[in-house]
Design a protein around this ligand. Structure first.
Ligand SMILES: CC(C)(COP(=O)(O)OP(=O)(O)OC[C@H]1O[C@@H](n2cnc3c(N)ncnc32)[C@H](O)[C@@H]1OP(=O)(O)O)[C@@H](O)C(=O)NCCC(=O)NCCS
Length: 188
C-alpha cells in the first residue's frame, strides 16, 4: 500500500510559515465560513457549526492520507495563528501536473499573504516533488487572485468558458500555469 502524503512545515519568510491543519485552526474555518465566496469554491461549511468545522479539518487530514493532495495552512510564526490556506492537488492521471487553490481570511488580507505562501508551495512542488506543470483557475472578476497568481510566477494562458460550477451556475475561469522550465529568477 502507498504511504500517505506528508504535509511538511515550510518557512515562508520571517513572519509566516506553512504547516498542516490542526484543531487550533477552527477559528480560521469559522471566519472563512462567513466569507461570501470561499464556501462557494471549497468545502468550508456554511453556515458554520463546531461539528462541521471539525469535519472540515478531518477532510484535510484525509486528503493527505488518501493521497489526494497537500492541504497547507499559512500561519504566523509568532503565535501560530492560521491566516489562510494553499492546497496542492496532484492530477490523478498525469504525475507531472498539479493544481493549486488558495484563500486568506478577510482579517488577514491586504499584505500579500497568499502570493508569499503560493510562491513557497510552488518552489517546493517544482524543486522537491518534481512536478513539471502547476496550474490554477481564477474567475475574471477576481483581481486579487489574478494578481496573486502573477506575483507567484504564474502566466495567463486563456479563458475556459463555463469551466466550473460556482454557486450553482457555470462560470468562466482564467487559466494560469507555472512550469518547472520557467525562469526561477523572475519569481523567487
Ligand atoms: C485572493 C486572496 C487569497 C488574496 O489575498 P491576499 O494575499 O491578502 O491578497 P492582497 O489583499 O494582499 O491583494 C493582492 C493584490 O491584489 C490587489 N487587490 C486586492 N483586492 C483587490 C480588489 N478588490 N480590486 C483590485 N485589486 C485588489 C491588492 O492591492 C494587491 O495588489 P498589489 O500587490 O499590486 O498591491 C483573497 O482575496 C481571498 O481569499 N479571496 C477569496 C477566495 C479566493 O478568491 N481565492 C482564490 C480563488 S482562485
Amino acid at each position: 500500500m502507498q504511504t500517505a502524503f506528508h504535509v511538511p512545515r515550510l518557512p515562508v519568510d520571517d513572519d509566516l510559515l506553512l504547516r498542516p491543519w490542526h484543531i487550533g485552526d477552527l477559528p480560521l474555518v469559522r471566519e472563512a465560513a462567513e466569507d461570501a465566496y470561499i464556501p462557494l469554491v471549497t468545502t468550508v461549511p456554511s453556515p458554520y457549526t463546531h461539528d462541521e468545522g471539525v469535519a472540515f479539518l478531518a477532510r484535510q487530514e484525509e486528503r493527505a492520507l488518501r493521497r489526494t493532495g497537500y492541504p497547507f495552512v499559512v500561519a504566523e510564526v509568532a503565535g501560530d495563528r492560521g491566516l489562510g490556506t494553499v492546497g496542492l492537488w496532484p492530477n490523478a492521471t498525469d504525475t507531472g501536473r498539479a493544481a493549486l487553490g488558495y484563500w486568506v481570511a478577510g482579517s488577514a488580507r491586504g499584505r500579500g499573504v497568499a502570493a508569499a505562501a503560493l510562491r513557497t508551495v510552488c518552489s517546493w512542488a517544482l524543486d522537491d516533488l518534481g512536478f513539471e506543470r502547476l496550474e490554477l483557475y481564477v474567475e475574471p472578476w477576481n483581481t486579487a487572485s489574478r494578481k496573486t497568481a502573477v506575483q507567484a510566477g504564474f502566466s495567463y494562458e486563456g479563458l475556459h468558458r463555463a469551466w466550473q460550477s460556482v454557486g450553482g451556475e457555470r462560470r468562466d475561469m482564467m487559466s494560469y500555469s507555472r512550469l518547472a522550465t520557467d525562469l526561477a529568477e523572475t519569481v523567487d
